[in-house]
Structure formats: C-alpha cells, structure tokens
Design a protein. Structure first.
Length: 399
C-alpha cells in the first residue's frame, strides 16, 4: 500500500497504557443504531424534491426532469434507494455546504472539489483515500475546499464510517496527578485508539491515528497518518521572539469527518470535507478555551500581564496576542487562513448573492459571530433567516 498504516491490530487487555481519570469521557461504545434492523429506506418525497431542485438550479443538466423522477422513483420502489449521477452528487454536496448554518465561509460553496469515491467500502481504502484528501486539500499551502464521498447506506448494507471527528486531531489524556497532556477534547478518541492497540506518548501535539469501521457494528481499524499528509504550522509571534519557544503548532487542514451527508434522502456516513481555518478557531478556541489547551495564563505571564484581577483584562490582551501569532504564523508558512474581519465581510457578500437568487441564508448567530471582537464585525449587528432543521441537502450530526 502507498500509506503508512497499522491495521487489524488485535484487541489487547487494558494495561494502564492509556488511563483516563474519573470524570473524563470514557471511550465511545460501538455504534448499535442499526443492529437488528435495516438502515433507513429512502423517502420518495425527499428524492423527488432533490431531483426537482437539481434541475431547477442546473437548467443545462440534460435529462428531462420528469423522466429522471420516474427513473429514481422506480429504483426506490425496487431497491429501497437510488443512485445519484455524478453531477447530482456534486451539486448535492455543494448545496449541503451552502445550507450549513454554522459555517461563516460559505461564499465559495460553488468551488467545492467533490471526489466521488462511492465505490470504496473497505477500511483500508477509506483510510488511503482520506490521506489523499488531506494531500489534495493541503495543495502546498493554498488550501482547497474538498469533500470525499464514500459509499452510501443501502438497505441491509450499512456504509463505512470514520470514527474521528476530524481527519487530523491531536491526542489528549489526563495523568494520574490530574494534569492534561495534549487536547482534552480528544480524550475519548485517544482512549478508544489505545483500546485498539495504538500507543500514545507525552507529546502535546501527537497526531491521533485515523479510525475507520466498515459498518456501524464493526470494530474499527486504525491507521497512522503519513507525514506527507499532515501539514503542521509552528507558531511564532511577529513581536515576541519567546513565543516560538512555547513549541506550539497546529495542523493546516480542518477536515470534518464524523458527519453524515444527506442528499435527496440518500445518506453518506463517510464524507470528510474541509474549508480553511479562520484564525480565531485556533487562536480563540482550540488553544485558548479552558477545556482545550488553556494557554491564556501561559501567554499572559510571558507578556508580563497583571493577573491579580479580571479588571486588568489580561485574558483579552493575551487572547489578541495569541490570535496575532496564529495569523502571522500561517501567513509566514504560506498556508491559507482567513481573519475574522475579512471573513465576516465575505459572509455578508454571500447573503447578498443568495438573495439575488431568491434564496434565504440560514445562519446560527452564535456560530457566525466570531469569538473575538464580535461587535467589531458586521455579522454581529443583524438578524438572520431562521435555521430549518429539515433543510436538505445537509451535513447531519451522526445519530
């Protein structure tokens, strides 16, 4: 194979290699939502609605809409599902991004690169194609929005799933003394990987293996990510040389991998997709949140800030400098990253463009407004179209 992997590892009894303290999230139990019953059958109305939408928005699609609907409904009647054409799949994936109410970066939804890999079902193939996804999306630093769509659920034949919430994540675990190493958000994933035979270390930015199961009841296989698939950016500050000594870094491609893509009633449980980072996602959340790397006290102390009172606003001042470092470092490395002011302006352009087409733009205000200087951005000072949970195509949280 062309990728480094550790597959089909035998289960081993717990030996304390990867402990998690009381109160930490335990490893997730194997999925059981499909045990003893068939996966969902495609809703005929959802299928017809999508085919009509496709032809309305793609007038040059070719086939007569009525004949295509008859074809689709006949296939649903015969098999319980139907097969999207490559054009329908690409359109559906892009519209799912357009409908993503929590995403501020939807201006470029039409540019999403869609990799149609619906023929792949084995864990080995899903892992190899996911690593290639990271290489293609990384694009030498000029990040491309990419989605890789693997096999769909079919009646009696559930599709493969990626266990990790992102293709790249850093491990995290609590020591017996109660201190955290790495990313606390990944505690459950780290424990799960260790249960499968993976060995963690004390590195605060240790990349977790990719875990793939061939169907919801299968034991996951795990795969080390190849070095050439994971681009990481070391963090430094333009004005404070000591910042580089903190040894911080972050990965370049945020590829979400645990959501189900639903198009016209057909569900694709493995469909990793990415855009590019907005700086605050790393600088104001991943590295700053108290339940993540919690670095604001460290940065404040190195800056010499007074932490004796909240009224000194030491958190705010440290937060700004942490975000300056993230934006500076990605720019120095030649890796695409947006700042929250520019991305806010782009989102309002997206709303304007959608309005010209007679479409609403669903948006979750609490996610669209950046976590730094919210009221200084134009997205703060307005209301948005309500979020319709039935809107499709869509990326859905896995049940």
């Amino acid at each position: 194979m062309i990728f480094s992997r550790s597959r089909r590892r035998k289960s081993v009894p717990s030996t304390g290699t990867c402990p998690y303290a009381s109160g930490d999230p335990a490893p997730p139990a194997p999925a059981q939502e499909t045990r003893g019953r068939l996966p969902h059958l495609v809703d005929r109305h959802e299928a017809e609605r999508f085919i009509r939408q496709f032809h309305e928005e793609q007038p040059g699609a070719g086939d007569d809409v009525r004949s295509r609907i008859r074809e689709v409904l006949a296939e649903v009647e015969r098999t319980g599902t139907y097969t999207h054409s490559p054009a329908e799949l690409a359109f559906g994936a892009r519209v799912a991004w357009r409908n993503a109410a929590r995403c501020i970066g939807r201006l470029y939804w039409r540019s999403l690169v869609v990799r149609d890999l619906r023929h792949l079902t084995s864990a080995d193939d899903v892992a190899a194609a996911s690593f290639e996804h990271l290489r293609l999306a990384g694009n030498g630093g000029r990040i491309r929005p990419v989605i890789t769509v693997f096999a769909p659920d079919r009646p009696g034949r559930p599709a493969p799933q990626i266990v990790n919430d992102q293709l790249v994540r850093y491990a995290g675990h609590r020591t017996p003394e109660g201190a955290w190493h790495g990313d606390p958000r990944s505690a459950a994933l780290t424990a799960r990987a260790c249960d499968l035979g993976w060995k963690r270390d004390e590195e605060p930015f240790q990349v977790l293996p990719l875990m793939v199961r061939e169907h919801p009841d299968a034991r996951p296989e795990w795969y080390e990510l190849p070095d050439d698939a994971v681009r990481e950016v070391p963090l430094s500050h333009p004005d404070h040389p000591w910042f580089a000594d903190l040894g911080l870094r972050w990965y370049a491609v945020p590829a979400i991998s645990d959501m189900t893509l639903e198009i016209g009633g057909v569900r694709y449980p493995a469909a990793p997709f990415n855009g590019w980072y907005m700086g605050t996602e790393i600088g104001a959340r991943n590295l700053a949140d108290t339940e993540r790397y919690d670095l604001l006290p460290v940065v404040a102390d190195r800056l010499g800030l007074d932490r004796s009172s909240e009224r000194t606003l030491w958190r705010d001042r440290a937060l700004v400098e942490l975000n300056v470092a993230v934006l500076h470092s990605f720019q120095e490395a030649g890796v695409t990253m947006a700042d929250h002011h520019t991305e806010s302006q782009r989102f309002l352009r997206h709303i304007t463009q959608e309005s010209r087409h007679g479409r609403e733009t669903p948006a979750d205000w609490s996610w669209i407004v950046p976590p730094v200087s919210g009221s200084a951005t134009p997205v703060f000072h307005r209301y948005y179209d309500p979020v319709d949970p039935s809107l499709r195509p869509a990326f859905l949280a896995r049940a």
